[in-house]
Design a protein around this ligand. Sequence first.
Ligand code: SF4
Ligand code: SF4
Length: 315
Amino acid sequence: MSEKDMNAKAKTLFGKERNPSNIQPVKLSLDSKLKFRCHPGVSCFTACCGNIKIILTPYDILILTKRLQIQPHEFLQKYTMPTYLEKTDMPGVMIKMREDDNKCPFVTPDGCTVYTDRPSACRYYPVGMADFREGGSKDTKGNELVSEEERFFFLVKEDYCKGHYEDKEWTVGEWRADQGVDVRDDMNKKWLRLIMRRKSYGHQATLSEQAKRMFFMASTDLAHFRKFVFESSFLQTYDIDPATIEKIREDDVELMFFSFDYLANTLFGAQMSTLKVKDKKIKEKVQEIKERQDDAVISAVKDYEDLKAAMSEKK
Ligand code: SF4
Ligand code: SF4
């Protein structure tokens, strides 16, 4: 793969924004080796925790709000600022750097104060992952197609980062397991697919403001999304298995996965096994469209009759 192709692909990687010239033009696999170690003894300790764009996934927000014991809306106001995701018109949030020193609000001279719950983007460094399935491919049964050939890894090497000169050697797979990245991949996958799907549609396809607001709400504030599900007409509109309803009532991760299905369905019309519009609602909608069409026909006939009458008057 050429350096140009590598960078073009790597730039689609979600997370900390990178200077493409720091991306090493070598395609890595899970078995590839790298030398790296980050610890409080490195001269650059915490240098990477400032002046940086860190996008937060729904799972990052969920875990950080639990860690900080605050509600999502409070977290959003205090620690984040809005951004667009992956150069699309999909709205999301990134960590708001401190005003005085432009550093992450969670960093101190002793390191990251939320380290065990740090965001996905902070865990990926310095091994990025790129994925070829921007359109979100599926098999005939609707299962996500996952194969090692479709993704690859690459090393990001910034000059200031001294971790690359440490002796500790890992495979990419070992490094990712150590950083808890595999779990994050599983948690973030369906959400990233939504963004990549939007990206693959390009700017020609419009997304309504209402759809964007819904994407933002479901992606950033699960407490709000739960209210939407249980305190609006949602459950009268969709057929949802009672066991799923019970799960999403209490379990935040289940609710998060459910929100991804809901977004895939409402934003892109994807058929999801977890939710289906009730037959009654479909019939009501069909009736509404029919009535609108009837009104349109009546109005067109009236226009025609008026025109005919006007023409005969002229004669
Ligand atoms: S969350 Fe932690 S690891 Fe990530 S940038 Fe902030 S201080 Fe650094
Ligand atoms: S070694 Fe790299 S990742 Fe670790 S603190 Fe230094 S700059 Fe950050």
